[in-house]
Design a protein around this ligand. Structure first.
Ligand SMILES: [Mn+2]
Length: 403
């Protein structure tokens, strides 16, 4: 691309007050890094803006949560935007689902370089070095969908950026001729269109095992032709990483530990001296996978892993999940009790389970009712995983091994 006429950092979903979750216990020396992680990650965004000497920072929603923000997050954001203001860097903040509304007394604390875009204040113009102006258009309201009908077509020759929050449809937005769609509300970084570029910057800091892998913000450069180039900047201060292992029926406990150690060694390199929170998804068939589905065995494995000294690296093993593997297709066709059993489970898998009425899947009578009552208290459990586990147990019992 030609020399950029506009250079910015696009970030979203800072969720400054949102703490990390997803662990039963955590060692004391992890507490401070976990509490500070959202702030350190956000600070890296503003530092990157200064280092890259950008023209502006675009924030697309979920920066502060209006229900939860307190003095720390508010003052942090004021300080950071003042760092930018001192260097003449503007902030264009498109208000998303959880941000404080436009009428918000604390907004007066921010320097004048902070523009909160929504509703009748949604449109601003940013002067470019070549004398032209760049048009930025924020969302019409604080809803959680980017609706094409809310954005007028960007018809003139000017470079235009649309800022939005929530789910978006590539087809509907592409017709509107904006050069860049800066979007928020999706926590995993994603460019879902290249022509024009439509991009979710993702959250700068993962908060749970579900937000595994590097997180950050995006450096965006636009040239005078309106060509857009995006590059990721990693900002997370604590790294969540979910590792997947696949076990053979004859994998021993010892070789499982060996597999874990070699994956964690790579994870430590990837985390580049950040504290690492590891989750293990173990899949396969055989007695080891079956035993790891039991709470005691998972707990023992976690204790063993957390007793290992990683030579100065901060590593904490958060959870182990063991899932039975898929069975060979031929087993489903067998005219045997096993085949019949697997076919019934597959039917349940396809139709889904009505978890409000467990009793209809269970034997009549007192025992069925008791089991249904226990299941009811675990409403949030993953029913497809439960079916896979039932399949594994059934296959094990019908195989006749370990009788
Ligand atoms: Mn969010």
């Amino acid at each position: 691309m030609a020399t950029p006429v506009f250079k910015c950092i696009h970030a979203a979903d800072l969720h400054l007050e949102q703490v990390c979750t997803g662990f039963d216990q955590i060692p004391i020396d992890f507490l401070d890094p976990l509490i500070d992680a959202p702030y350190l990650a956000a600070e890296s965004i503003f530092t990157a803006a200064l280092n890259e000497e950008v023209d502006a920072v675009l924030l697309t929603g979920d920066v502060l949560s209006s229900g939860e923000y307190g003095p720390r997050s508010l003052m942090f954001l004021v300080e950071q935007t003042e760092r930018l203001a001192a260097r003449g860097i503007s902030v264009y903040w498109a208000l998303g689902g959880s941000d404080p509304p436009l009428r918000w007394p604390s907004a007066a604390l921010f320097p004048e370089t902070v523009h909160r875009l929504v509703g009748k204040y949604r449109e601003v113009f940013h002067p470019l070095k070549n004398g032209q102006q760049l048009r930025l258009l924020g969302p019409a309201d604080q809803k959680s969908t980017v609706r094409s009908s809310d954005y007028p077509t960007a018809a003139d020759a000017q470079i235009s950026i649309a800022l939005g929050y929530g789910t978006a449809s590539q087809q509907a937005l592409a017709k509107l001729d904006y050069h860049y769609w800066a979007l928020g509300g999706v926590h995993l970084r994603e460019t879902f269109s290249r022509n024009p570029t439509m991009h979710y910057a993702g959250t700068p800091q993962g908060r749970s095992p579900a937000e595994s892998g590097p997180r950050g913000c995006t450096l965006v450069e636009i040239d005078s032709e309106g060509l857009v180039q995006t590059s990721p900047i990693v900002t997370d201060a604590v790294r969540w990483n979910t590792f997947s292992l696949s076990l053979d029926p004859d994998t021993s406990q010892e070789s499982l530990y060996g597999m874990i150690q070699s994956q964690i060694a790579r994870g430590i390199v990837d985390a580049a001296s950040r504290p690492l929170l590891a989750t293990w998804n173990i899949a396969g068939s055989g007695s080891l996978v079956r035993s790891l589905q039991k709470a005691d065995a998972k707990k023992k494995l976690l204790e063993d892993l957390n007793a290992v000294d990683y030579g100065g690296a901060s590593v904490w093993h958060v959870a182990v999940e063991a899932q039975p593997a898929e069975y060979p297709a031929a087993w489903y066709e067998e005219e045997t009790i096993l085949g019949e059993f697997l076919r019934s489970l597959r039917q349940l898998q396809n139709e889904g389970i009505d978890s409000s009425d467990w009793e209809k899947y269970l034997p009549c009578g007192n025992l069925g009712a008791q089991v249904a009552a226990r299941l009811k208290s675990e409403q949030n459990s993953d029913s497809s995983l439960a079916i896979k586990r039932a399949a594994d147990l059934g296959v094990h019992l019908l195989s006749g091994e370990d009788v």
